[in-house]
Write a protein that binds this ligand. Structure first.
Ligand code: CIZ
Ligand code: SF4
Length: 301
């Protein structure tokens, strides 16, 4: 075993720490983690896990979510600048304006959002549970922020409601164009096309299946198809190929690499454990409201 991995394991034991890694992390970071999954699964782990320290290998909003759900634990984000541009596409002020324009309409925020935006919202969601939660909310109207593509997807599944959408998007997923799908379909005729709902709705429309990373993995596991074209970040290929070596997985677009997710390396994880980098704090003034929004998601999902 590589020396760095041995040292990480030792420090983990010494500090009573667990490593959580998102499905979009580098392969060797996923390999060393105690829990790997999507943000919904990792939120539940953070809320329940017995440890003193959580090292969150992901991006800032995920570590902040863990801190909101486990306020007594030390939550570390190994790379301080690992952010999510989509989460930064809306401010709490924008949400307040939307609410005043649509009085009484509930606000559902994607977990890819700041603590302040969560605090202004009524319920949070991830891509794995957004449809279920939207359908379970009372009323005929819903404000959905900040991902317009995911919002569009949810609206297409919850037809009885009117959706007020925000034009946020993920640069990585937005790279895929409908022509890319048609080209790969032509090349790999036997393959199923699996797409993340952060992609353009025109792209999602061409998919055999649209779902979150965990749902995409589940679909590929259950399907008898020999090959799959994956329309989400490249990190998911690690687990897909490791667990199903007899099936073929092709990335739909070479640009499906999230630069922020890829900032965390084994060296960052080691430094996080050694030097307590970077300790996450959330503003007390908004923590309780944001936590309520997350609790509501965990109840309804
Ligand atoms: O919810 C998540 O973890 C993200 C960012 C993607 C997905 O679909 O799992
Ligand atoms: Fe944000 Fe997109 Fe990266 Fe996910 S893949 S963390 S939505 S920038």
């Amino acid at each position: 075993m590589r020396e760095i991995i041995i040292t990480i394991q030792e420090l983990k034991r010494k500090r009573r720490a667990v490593l959580l890694a998102h499905n979009y992390q580098l392969d060797d970071v996923q390999a060393v983690a105690d829990y790997v999954g999507d943000s919904f699964y990792l939120s539940k782990v953070a809320a329940d896990v017995k440890s003193d320290v959580i090292v969150f290998c992901g991006v800032r909003f995920m570590a902040e979510t863990a801190k909101l759900l486990a306020p007594d634990k030390e939550v570390l984000l190994p790379e301080r600048d690992a952010g999510c541009p989509l989460a930064e596409m809306i401010t709490a002020e924008d949400v307040r304006r939307l609410k005043s324009e649509h009085p009484g309409t509930p606000v559902m925020c994607y977990v890819n959002s700041s603590v302040e935006v969560k605090a202004e919202s009524n319920v949070c969601c991830t891509s794995a549970n957004a449809v279920k939660i939207a359908a379970s909310l009372p009323g005929k109207k819903l404000i959905f922020v900040p991902d317009g593509n995911l919002g569009h997807y949810v609206a297409s599944r919850v037809m009885e409601k009117e959706f007020i959408l925000w034009p946020g998007h993920c640069y990585t997923h937005a790279k895929i164009k409908p022509d890319d799908v048609l080209t790969v379909r032509e090349k790999y005729r036997e393959a199923k096309v699996l797409i993340h709902p952060e992609c353009d709705p025109e792209v999602a429309r061409l998919a055999d299946f649209t779902g979150s990373t965990s749902q995409i993995m589940h679909y590929a596991e259950k399907s008898s198809a020999p090959a799959f074209i994956i329309g989400t970040e490249v990190g998911v290929l690690y687990q897909l190929s490791a667990k199903q070596p007899d099936k073929k997985f092709y990335l739909l677009h070479p640009g499906l690499i999230c630069p922020n997710m890829k900032k965390t390396r084994l060296e960052s994880v080691l430094a996080a454990l050694k030097d307590n980098k970077h300790s996450i704090t959330v503003e007390q003034a908004v923590a309780a409201k944001a936590r309520y929004t997350l609790d509501r998601m965990l109840e309804l999902a």
